[in-house]
Design a protein around this ligand. Sequence first.
Ligand SMILES: [Zn+2]
Length: 189
Amino acid sequence: MTRDALIIVDLQQDFCPGGALAVPHGDAIIPVVQEWVNRFADNRHLIVTTQDAHPPDHISFLERGGPWPPHCIVNTPGYLLHPALRLPPGHARFLKGQDRDREAYSGFDGVSADESALSLADYLRSQSIDRLYIVGLATDYCVRATTLDALAAGFETVVIKNGVRGVDVSPGDSERALAEMAAKGAQLL
Ligand SMILES: [Zn+2]
């Protein structure tokens, strides 16, 4: 039997409208994500969230020569998951981008928020997971990086197209990212 996990990438307030680095209409995916959360919770499948978790002087920020305004700084509201998302107790949390000098787009750069400090890949293997369903923000950055790392780590990977949204700094970035993920072996649902 295939064991599934739902990976919710960076559905944080700073990446939603009103946040410091908002994905246009990023919050529009929440009802879709919620449906998948409910489905996975009903079937007692694993649910994992990832979060950007930056220090105030992270290397990706403009004042350090990076491409982004300050965002997802730990212990600020923007760091928190969107409050409209209802998660069951006991879901697994992974944090990334804590090192001030290292950028981290992929959830697979993350470590568990609990005392185990496991990497995401090690954690998923410890749970005997073989297939990942990916939703979240943003299609052309962290969803892309997480999906490509999932495939490289050997997981069957399904990207839920209406459960992701992109930034599209250049028009078409999200479509190109989805095409790249599919070319590397991701299923687009
Ligand atoms: Zn970031």
